[in-house]
Design a protein around this ligand. Structure first.
Ligand SMILES: *Cc1c(COP(=O)(O)O)cnc(C)c1O
Length: 364
């Protein structure tokens, strides 16, 4: 038998989450965000589940080109636009839409001679302060671009810095409104948190990412409460079970010491698989469907858990590191990070298996 760790991707859950996003933002166009190889799920693997999206958004030009080569015909938006003149020919030829967030890009568009003019999303900085034009620049930029032979259509967009916070909407939305007032172009504002709060955020084109993968963008609202299902389940097995006597420790640095005698289980999954090494004692793990607590430090290829509550556990017992039965957000919370990071970080050595239906216990 091979090493029992694998990531199972549930395409039915992804399609259901996309439908859920549509319910939240009814009547809008939905661009499914698939950057970072679909948040670590594998872009080509998940593509069949995104058939109902109006388009895709990502920032890797090579992935966008690969989509066209796979005959993906709907809109593809490059979220960081382009970086050099020489990319524009390919962008035009492949019918890619671009975000424009910098004056250099405007100048490159003005001097380009393209086979086909582009759909351009003008990015407004509403307080994220990473990319985007200042409020007062937008009207002038749109004027310049509307004169530009390389531009077929304009959209206005922004990316919200705190859409998940109760008080995180008013300021940026007011800023966006003042930047765009009087401009007749469609608008794109909402990420996942903005989609859930669509009634407050509005816009014509939404850009959900994390919610499609069944994790929550909110610190205090679970994915389940939002009607989302986990798409990735990281599964493994116990590869060892042993007794720890009182005062014995487990793992590097002896960071966990048994207060009383109990069994521990060793799981085939470590930080070289993308499991966060920073996850402390007590981080939740499912063994035979029961939530148990991590004991000792995560090592490169293994981690250990306290089996006190699972007397039936044996070598070969099924383990879920995150996914069905254990939200990735719960593991992320324990590790002081967000579900996004864990999903994106699954290592290349972990095999992926795709299913179209729910809770399958695959035997590999
Ligand atoms: C990543 C990204 C999104 C999606 O954000 P989620 O929080 O994952 O929904 C939307 N818009 C832009 C510009 C992004 O970079």
């Amino acid at each position: 038998m091979s090493r029992p760790l694998f990531a199972q991707i549930n395409l039915a859950a992804l399609a259901a989450n996309l439908a859920r996003a549509r319910e939240y933002a009814q009547g809008t166009q939905v661009l499914a965000v698939v950057k970072a190889d679909a948040y670590g799920h594998g872009l080509m693997r998940v593509l069949p589940a995104l058939e109902q999206a109006d388009g895709l958004a990502l920032l890797e030009l090579d992935a966008a080109v690969a989509l066209r080569e796979r005959h993906y015909t709907r809109r593809i938006l490059l979220l960081e636009g382009f970086f050099e003149d020489r990319e524009l020919a390919e962008i035009a030829q492949r019918r890619l839409a671009i975000v424009v967030h910098h004056l250099d890009q405007v100048a490159m568009l003005e001097r380009a001679a393209l086979t086909r003019p582009l759909e351009v999303f003008v990015k407004v900085n509403t307080g994220m302060n990473r990319l985007g034009f200042a409020i007062g620049e937008i009207a002038g930029i749109c004027e310049r671009l509307s004169q530009c032979a390389s531009v077929a259509a304009l959209r206005l967009m922004t990316h919200l810095a705190r859409a998940e916070d109760d008080d995180g909407l008013k300021e940026p939305l007011d800023a966006f409104e003042s930047a765009c007032s009087g401009l007749p172009y469609p608008r794109s504002i909402a990420n996942s948190a903005g989609v859930v709060r669509y009634a407050e955020v509005g816009g014509d084109i939404v850009r959900p990412g994390i919610m499609l993968y069944g994790a929550t963008p909110f610190p205090y609202e679970s994915a389940q409460a939002l009607g989302l299902q986990p798409v990735m389940t990281l599964r493994s097995q116990l590869i060892e079970v042993r007794e720890l006597k009182a005062n014995e420790s487990v793992g590097y640095g002896a960071t966990y010491t048994a207060a009383r005698p109990h069994r521990i289980g060793v799981i085939a999954c470590g930080y070289a698989d993308g499991y966060p090494r920073i996850a402390p004692n007590g981080t939740p793990v499912l063994v035979c469907g029961t939530k148990v607590r991590m004991a000792g430090r995560v090592s490169m290829d293994m981690l250990s858990v306290d089996l006190t509550d699972v007397p039936d556990a044996r070598i070969g017992s099924p383990v879920v590191l995150w996914g069905e039965g254990l939200p990735v957000d719960d593991v992320a919370n324990a590790a002081s990070t967000v579900g996004y990071e864990l999903l994106c970080a699954v290592a290349p050595r972990v095999p992926f298996v795709t299913t179209r239906v729910g809770a399958l216990d695959l035997e590999l």
